[in-house]
Design a protein around this ligand. Structure first.
Ligand SMILES: Cc1ncc(COP(=O)(O)O)c(C=O)c1O
Length: 397
């Protein structure tokens, strides 16, 4: 037996791990209802045709070569225009690096910043790759509390308490996966102020910034000129192109505090040659010729959120903050009512085996996710109704 390297032994990704169990059940003939993966393109949303056409045109005109490791210059320029248009951030194309999704950006940032027990302050509950990639580079993930009693906004005192000599950066993720919270302007400002006080950079995961309901999105970079900030965004969600693997990082760093980190990330980008070339030409078309497919998606999602939220809060033993962004519900399970179980993972596994409804256990999102489940409400209304009927029957039994 070849020994697995220590850095992968603890690697877990609840979202995909549950999917692997569901796949086995499906192979044995069971119908599976997927509410576990945040991929709009796997339900009834499709990538806009003109963007697909741009990708096909790029492929047929043989733009299939390795492109610039940092991203094609025209796309970097359009990303600068996009961020100025939607978030009022003034940047230069050199401040933008094109990545193979935000996932790669998280990996590269951790690689560039962390070593020997350096700590990364993460929102808890947390999108799991932050924990994995942080540990991968011998960093220590430290979660600050998102407060369910306060609509899952960050607990500022908890952030302050958890800063140590080893802290390297504070991560924000608004709108948030898995809670759906859109951090309030006040909370973002307080995090920026703390970062300024301790001279720490902020890392801002903005992948859901255009998937927003009643609340206004506040962009952290537009609120500071002295705190160094790395923003991350991409084409997976707002542009309905999850499989194209395309995202970017931008540096909002007027004082150049992150120059070494940026250079390190550029070295990594060169080492992996480039991000997908034809996706970049397609993304360029999406940005140069914007249409309103994201707004239409958000309009549909709002109705689906309302259906899912109403149904979940009608169930005995469940309570759920109404999310203001992204496409997840993160209800809390009350095990003094749901007496048959005493933890979220057993509940999710029983539900899956009995009904085929596939959710993700909250404890897969770090310690603050315990006693919760994550429900993806991307599916159409009749699908959601069928799923909630199944959950209701399951609980009645
Ligand atoms: C908070 C968050 N960041 C990053 C990602 C990954 O994005 P990408 O598809 O650009 O790698 C996801 C995907 O679900 C996410 O929820």
């Amino acid at each position: 037996m070849v020994k697995l390297a220590h850095r992968l032994i603890e690697f877990e990704y609840a979202i995909r791990d549950i999917a692997a169990i569901a796949d086995k059940l499906r192979a044995s003939g069971k119908k599976i209802y997927h509410l576990n993966i945040g991929d709009p393109v796997q339900v009834d949303f499709t990538t806009p045709v003109y963007i697909c056409q741009a990708m096909a045109d790029a492929a047929f005109s043989n733009k299939n070569f390795y492109v610039n490791s940092l991203g094609i210059p025209e796309l970097r320029e359009e990303i600068v225009n996009l961020e100025k248009r939607k978030n009022c951030i003034i940047m230069d194309p050199d401040d933008v690096l094109v990545m193979q999704g935000v996932s790669e950006a998280i990996l590269f940032i951790c690689a560039a910043m962390l070593e020997n027990g350096d700590e990364l302050l993460l929102p808890g509950p947390v999108y799991p790759p932050y924990i994995n990639f942080c540990k991968f580079f011998d960093g220590v993930p430290v979660e600050y509390k998102l407060d369910e009693e306060n609509d899952w906004n960050p607990d500022i005192d908890d952030i302050r308490k958890k800063i140590s000599e080893k802290t390297k950066a504070i991560v924000m993720n608004s709108p948030n996966n898995p809670t759906g919270v859109v951090y309030s302007r006040k909370h973002i400002q307080e995090i920026i102020d703390i970062a300024g006080e301790y001279d720490l950079p902020v890392i801002s995961d903005e992948i859901y910034d255009q998937i927003i309901y009643e609340t206004k999105y506040e962009c952290p970079a537009s609120m500071t000129n002295d705190v160094a900030l790395i923003g991350m965004n991409g084409f997976s969600k707002a542009h309905l192109a999850t499989g194209w693997r395309l995202g970017y990082v931008y540096f909002h760093d007027p004082q150049g505090k992150l120059n070494d980190i940026k250079e390190g990330i550029e070295k990594l980008a060169r080492t992996r040659l480039c991000a997908n070339s034809v996706s970049q030409f397609a993304a360029l078309e999406a940005l140069k010729n914007p249409k309103d497919y994201t707004n239409k998606m958000v309009e549909k999602l709002k109705g689906r959120r309302d259906i899912a939220h109403k149904r979940i809060t009608e169930l005995e033993g469940f309570s759920c903050v109404k999310p203001q962004g992204a496409f997840y519900l993160f209800p809390k399970l009350n095990f003094s009512v749901l007496k048959k179980w005493d933890n979220d993972k057993d509940f999710v596994l029983d539900l899956l085996k009995e009904t085929g409804v596939c959710l993700v256990h909250g404890s897969g999102f770090g310690s603050y996710g315990k006693d919760h489940v994550r429900i993806v409400y991307l599916g159409p209304p009749d699908f959601l109704s069928e799923v909630f009927d199944l959950i209701e029957d399951f609980l009645r039994k």
